[in-house]
Every structure is written in structure tokens, then in C-alpha cells.
Ligand binder design. Structure first.
Ligand code: TA6
Length: 282
């Protein structure tokens, strides 16, 4: 069993695993169920198939990005942050901060030759879960290139894939990864995931509505949003997803992934997203 930090605020609870600093459950006040999906076949020692895995410093595979910098060419799919143990830096009941740094894992420099520190803060209130990821380039070497990275919150919401509508992306263009990255335009008010989906939306409103009862707010540093559900056929090849699990979630993932952030020496940048339960309408 992974080490877990349990957050409480009123009668709301959330659990954050040291492994990947992954939020694995979130019960806002007045919700008897966790609003985050977690696969029943989840495998210890692999990234969680559910909750909120953190993606850094690469989203997807190297081959997905023709502009990938040389220094990221050995990065594993979806980076390494989601399958490392993080350190707990502070905890006060409703808030926890965890860190991951190149000092803790010197071997990471082989695939990502930078000095970095990540801080992930999760704050629970009765109705909201807010996550902040701060990325620092801690190198002292003036000669070093800027540090390139993607960052993304890979949220798995426990919402039915066959009927949930996502609002807030109308007018944005998106890359359809199921059509070799073809750029399409979101013309309808809402998007659905009733068919297999793997779309990277560029832009859109800062607040998205997921079904009738979840609102997702993201900072300007998270301009892109991926919507993903594999559908039945592709789900069958995911050994860590229980049978029929694909029907039980949608991924709506705010990130900075369509281009690489380039962070200069001694600089830091933060990305914040919060998810709220709008209980009155459910
Ligand atoms: O965020 C969508 C995505 O990149 C999809 O392409 C899909 O493969 C998914 O993530 C899950 O990736 P994983 O490596 O966790 O199996």
C-alpha cells in the first residue's frame, strides 16, 4: 500500500499519495462518492490509473512532438513525476505540500540534464480541491540552456463517459490525436466523450463545466486542455483498467503541452487549477 496523506476540511476529505504526489480521492462535502475515478486494477509501482497524476516534463511520447528539444529526447512517456516518490514538505490538515527535485533523483539527469525542484500543494476546502504546481529551474550555470518542459494535471473524473458534456471550449481549435493531430474547430457549445476521444484543445475559457456538478478553473499558465477517454476497444489493452472502467470516467486535463515552457536559470513558474463541486444542482 502506498503512503497516503489524508486531507480534511469540514466533512470533505481527499487523499494524496506520496507516489507521484497523486491525488487519488476527493469527497467534497455532501458527496458520498469520490468524484475522482480510480481503477480497481490499479497496479502498485506503476502510475495511478485514476486520480490526478502529474505530468512533467513531457506530455505523451517524444514522437508526438516534432519540436521536442534534444535535451528531452530520452524522457519517458508522460515524463517521470507521476512515478516517483515525492517528499512531504508540510501538512496542516487541509493542505499538503510535496516536493520532487533532481537532487533527490540524480539519475534523472541522464534523461533530463537540468537542476529542478517541483513543489505541489493541494488545498482542500469543503467544496473545492485546489492544486498548485510550482516548477523551479535551480541551475547555477550561466551557460546552460533554458529548461524545457510540459506540465499537466491528468484529472480522471468519476463521470460517465457516455453522457457527460464539457462546456467552455466553444470556438477553440483542437488537435485530434485520433486523426494524426488534425486541427479541428470546436463549433458546438459542448463537447462529449461518447465516442473515443483524445483531443488537445488550444485555449478556451478559464472555467470549464463538466456535467452538471463540477467546475474546473485554471490559471493562464495552463492554456491547453486535453479531453480523453479511450472507448471500449482501446480500453481493453489497458491492463491496469478494470473491465468496463472506460465508461466510468472522463479525463479533462489542464496543462501547458502544445509548446514547451522554457524556464531560465533561477526562475520559477506556477500553475494552479481548482475543481469545485456545485452540489445544489446534483
Ligand atoms: O492525456 C491523454 C493521453 O495522453 C492519451 O493519449 C492516453 O494514452 C492517456 O493519456 C493515458 O496515457 P497512459 O500513459 O497513462 O496510459
Amino acid at each position: 500500500m502506498e503512503d497516503l496523506v489524508k486531507l480534511e476540511s469540514g466533512s470533505a476529505t481527499a487523499q494524496v499519495a506520496i507516489y507521484g504526489s497523486t491525488v487519488i480521492s476527493w469527497h467534497p462535502t455532501e458527496s458520498s462518492e469520490s468524484l475522482l475515478f480510480l481503477s480497481k486494477n490499479d497496479v502498485a509501482g506503476k502510475p495511478y490509473r485514476g486520480g490526478i497524476p502529474l505530468i512533467f516534463p513531457l506530455f505523451g511520447a517524444v514522437s508526438d512532438h516534432p519540436d521536442v528539444p534534444e535535451t528531452l529526447k530520452k524522457a519517458p512517456r508522460h515524463g517521470f513525476a507521476r512515478d516517483r516518490r515525492w517528499k512531504t514538505v508540510s501538512f496542516d490538515g487541509s493542505r499538503v505540500t510535496m516536493s520532487l527535485s533532481s537532487q533527490d533523483y540524480p539519475e534523472l539527469r541522464e534523461g533530463y540534464p537540468f537542476d529542478f525542484e517541483l513543489h505541489h500543494e493541494v488545498l482542500l476546502t469543503p467544496t473545492t480541491l485546489e492544486s498548485t504546481l510550482q516548477v523551479k529551474n535551480t541551475t547555477l550555470d550561466d551557460q546552460k540552456d533554458k529548461m524545457p518542459f510540459h506540465a499537466l494535471f491528468h484529472n480522471y473524473f468519476a463521470l460517465p463517459s457516455q453522457s457527460t458534456q464539457v462546456e467552455g471550449l466553444k470556438g477553440s481549435s483542437y488537435r485530434d490525436k485520433l486523426q494524426h493531430g488534425k486541427i479541428l474547430e470546436q463549433s458546438r457549445d459542448t463537447c462529449d466523450l461518447a465516442e473515443p476521444r483524445d483531443s488537445v484543445y488550444l485555449g478556451g475559457a478559464p472555467t470549464l463545466r463538466l456535467g452538471p456538478c463540477i467546475e474546473l478553473k485554471r490559471s493562464e499558465s495552463l492554456p491547453d486542455t486535453t479531453l480523453w477517454n479511450p472507448g471500449e476497444e482501446a480500453a481493453n489493452s489497458l491492463s491496469d483498467l478494470h473491465k468496463g472502467g472506460w465508461r466510468e470516467f472522463i479525463c479533462a486535463e489542464p496543462g501547458h503541452i502544445d509548446s514547451f515552457v522554457l524556464l531560465a536559470k533561477d526562475q520559477d513558474v506556477s500553475a494552479v487549477h481548482s475543481i469545485s463541486f456545485i452540489h445544489l444542482c446534483c
